[in-house]
Design a protein around this ligand. Structure first.
Ligand code: IPM
Ligand code: MG
Length: 357
């Protein structure tokens, strides 16, 4: 029986509640499909700062590096808002992405038929939507230097640097084209090439890489237009290829097609075997400890782990189908609650999904 070691980084806020449910579902899947999962917990974010004065302790990084895959909940809490930037919880997330070289972030935005009426957008617009956002995750204005806040001309001046090396654009473009080859063979590359130099390079490099994929239909869209088109006609998109910050913004927007931020999973891949799986949402500290947060995004992130790290397509489908069956049977957390449906807590929803595996 194969055994996989998973670094379990629950993080802050509702991170523990959602990862608990994902672990439950993964264990049930492992039992059913005869493989073994070992979870090794480690601290990240505010909770790590509280203990070590460091949101990303060396020990956590080592556990992550030794593992076969990392499952992460979320980081951040308003109680850390006044900490210096270098030790804020979010810094740990950026740090682990960079340290593990997780440059390719896959964020599927799928509108399941069971939930089309939950979306704030009209049913006929969202139904059938299946977009894969490929977000570059280790570059851009998130990591660009120089950056800072200083005094210039007698007043405060804040700045960051939006920048990409050609090689960084090239490798994420390859990921997008390869993913698209297994889907509907369409890539829309998002940029702001009418204004930004870095975007002009982005477009030039993407079009060059595209020559190696003659079967792919490639188009380009300015990010402002893309934000509008995602709402107007989401079904036009197959793979959306973006830089770090545009992908951050557009993936939150795309979650509203599905109906809730609590539904979208993600996979962050590197060039080596190591990968990390996390919901696209944050730690939602206001929901913490109330057993009301939606665990589906994290449960589906666990499913993505089985598919992308361990090549377990059947097991991935088993989890997705169990989630869909649960929704079809009318079980809902508060964020996706509707008339006539059955409102359940975080742990109960996880239990029902397990029973449907
Ligand atoms: C995300 C989050 C993070 C990001 C934050 C928490 C640093 O919004 O994963 O989308 O901006 O990447
Ligand atoms: Mg985000």
């Amino acid at each position: 029986m194969s055994t996989y070691n998973i670094a379990l980084l629950a993080g802050d806020g509702t991170g523990k509640e959602v990862t608990d449910e994902a672990v439950k579902v993964l264990k049930k899947t492992a039992e059913k499909y005869s493989f073994d999962l070992n979870f090794e917990p480690a601290l990240i974010g505010g909770c790590a700062y509280d203990k070590y004065k460091n949101p990303l302790p060396e020990e956590t990084l080592n556990i992550a590096k030794k593992s076969d895959a990392v499952l992460l909940g979320a980081v951040g809490d308003s109680k850390y808002d006044n900490l210096p930037a270098e030790v804020r919880p979010e810094r740990a997330l950026l740090g682990i992405r960079k340290e593990l070289n997780l440059f390719a972030n896959l964020r599927p935005a799928i509108v399941y038929p069971e939930l089309t009426s939950v979306s704030p957008i009209k049913e006929e617009v969202v139904s059938g939507t299946d977009i894969m956002i490929i977000r570059e995750l280790t570059g851009d204005v998130y990591f660009g230097e120089p950056k800072g806040i200083e005094i210039r001309n007698g007043e405060k001046f804040g700045y960051n640097n939006m920048c990409y090396y050609e090689s960084e654009i090239r490798r994420i473009a390859h990921i997008a084209f390869n993913v698209a080859m297994k889907r509907r063979k369409k890539v829309c590359s998002v940029d702001k090439a009418n204004v930004l130099d870095v975007s002009r390079l982005w477009r030039e490099v993407v079009s060059d890489v595209a020559k190696e994929y003659p079967e792919i239909e490639l188009n380009y869209m300015y990010v402002d237009n893309a934000a509008m088109q995602i709402i107007r006609e989401p079904k036009q998109f197959d793979v959306l290829l973006t830089g770090n910050i545009f992908g951050d913004i557009l993936s939150d927007e795309a979650s509203m097609l599905a109906g809730s931020l609590g539904l979208l999973p993600s996979a962050s891949l590197s060039e080596s075997k190591i990968a990390m799986y996390e919901p696209i949402h944050g730690s939602a500290p206001d929901l913490k400890g109330r057993n009301i947060v939606n665990p589906i995004a994290t449960i589906l992130s666990g499913a993505m782990m089985l598919k992308y790290s361990f090549n377990m397509d059947n097991e991935y489908n088993a989890i997705v189908n169990a989630v869909r069956k649960t929704l079809k049977d009318g079980y809902r957390t508060q964020d996706i609650m509707q008339d006539g449906m059955k409102l359940v807590g975080t742990d109960k929803l996880g239990d029902i999904i397990c029973s449907n595996i």
